[in-house]
Ligand binder design. Structure first.
Ligand code: SF4
Ligand code: SF4
Length: 365
């Protein structure tokens, strides 16, 4: 396992981190230990960064992690969180920290997240006098937490503003082979300011392993599985400290941990090559913006175009009908009612050939 310096904290953390949001229900319903074995195995194989949160896995994740810590033989670091939607002020954060410490069975949380900051307005709420950050700072002074960090879905400019204000030692954000072109600015700004950078959602919510043909371009090593390639894609960035992978079974742990052994290096040249691939494909994807609504034949265009996205990613017609049937509860027939009036195409923000796509959908057997 490769280890990286987490920002300026002096801590060396494993390049692949354990995401505690995928413990299996059947395991933790049987016993905490049954689920905890997965995290213990990760620690045996060199993982030392363990991320959890209240509410994950029916609110069991912290307790499962606490059970796992009892059996870990190697050193480990713990990350957990409090969110502005449930902990709105400093005393609520303190209560949350006390609860987390108890469930985790530890005396100190190493990385405590101000969780899921969506925009600058929320950031200001977190930082307001008497607000959540103040609660975290007091807990830090008392030795209950070590480093205050944040997780976010903000865009690059907003992240730059937050990190430049200098209150946080690390950041956790979604990053993967699908969205990297839009997320570069954020990770670069955080790295430049000396923050630890943890990435989550490296598999793009499953879309990467579900579309092996489309994402084969990220596979640099034949022996790697696509999951390993996706983890290496993140981990090979010099700006990224930890790539979090959600793990629910020993098999997943063993597959994921291998990605941390031989990571390689992400170069600007590779990024440009990948960006070209992703950008041209993303241009053809419907974004779900709904500007095309108002079809005179009442065709639900965004739903049909969403299903067509699955075709773009897989090159299989059956993915369109599967998506319509199982996700939207529709069939392909309605697409045949299009009268080619062109109203929708004039409004489409992506300039998509909606009429042609509907024709293709209507022709699926
Ligand atoms: S072109 Fe077809 S889908 Fe688009 S608005 Fe006209 S009838 Fe509806
Ligand atoms: S306007 Fe274009 S991109 Fe937006 S939902 Fe409609 S088809 Fe999709």
């Amino acid at each position: 396992m490769i280890y990286n310096e987490y920002g300026k904290t002096g801590k060396k953390v494993s390049a692949i981190g354990f995401g505690g949001m995928r413990f299996r229900k059947e395991d933790y319903e049987k016993s905490l230990y049954e689920a905890a074995k997965v995290a213990v195995r990760a620690n045996e194989l060199g993982v030392n960064y363990f991320d959890t949160a209240p509410f994950y896995c029916d609110d069991k994740s912290e307790a499962v992690m606490g059970e796992a810590f009892k059996y870990m033989k190697n050193p480990f670091y713990v990350s957990t969180k409090s969110g502005i939607s449930s902990e709105k002020d400093s005393s609520a954060v303190r209560k949350r920290i006390d609860g987390s410490l108890k469930r985790l069975g530890i005396e100190k949380i190493n990385f405590f997240h101000m969780w899921c900051i969506l925009n600058l307005e929320q950031y200001r709420q977190v930082m307001a006098p008497g607000g959540p950050y103040e609660g975290a700072l007091k807990a830090k002074e008392e030795g209950l937490i070590e480093h205050i960090v944040f997780s976010t879905h903000c865009n690059g400019d907003e992240i730059e503003t937050i990190v430049n204000e200098g209150y946080f030692e690390g950041i956790t954000l979604g990053y993967n082979a699908t969205n990297f072109a839009f997320r570069q600015k954020g990770i670069k700004a955080a790295h430049k300011m000396g923050l630890g950078v943890v990435t989550m959602n490296p598999l793009g919510g499953g879309i990467i392993p579900q579309n092996p043909n489309f994402y084969s371009f990220i596979k640099e090593n034949e022996q790697d599985t696509l999951v390993q390639a996706a983890l290496k894609f993140n981990a090979s960035h010099k700006e990224i400290t930890v790539t979090l992978a959600g793990m629910g079974s020993i098999e997943e742990v063993e597959e994921n941990v291998k990605a941390g052994e031989n990571i390689g290096e992400m170069t600007e040249e590779k990024l440009i090559r990948f960006s070209t691939k992703i950008n041209s494909s993303l241009d053809a994807l419907c974004t779900g913006c709904q500007y095309c609504l108002g079809c005179p034949k009442d065709i639900e265009i965004p739903k049909f175009m969403d299903a067509y996205n699955m075709y773009i990613l897989s090159n299989k017609n059956e993915e369109i009908s599967n998506r319509l049937k199982w996700h939207w509860g529709m069939d392909t027939k309605k697409a045949a009612e299009c009268i080619s009036c062109g109203i929708c195409e004039k409004k489409c923000t992506q300039h998509l050939p909606i009429i042609e796509r509907l024709r293709q959908v209507a022709n699926i057997e």
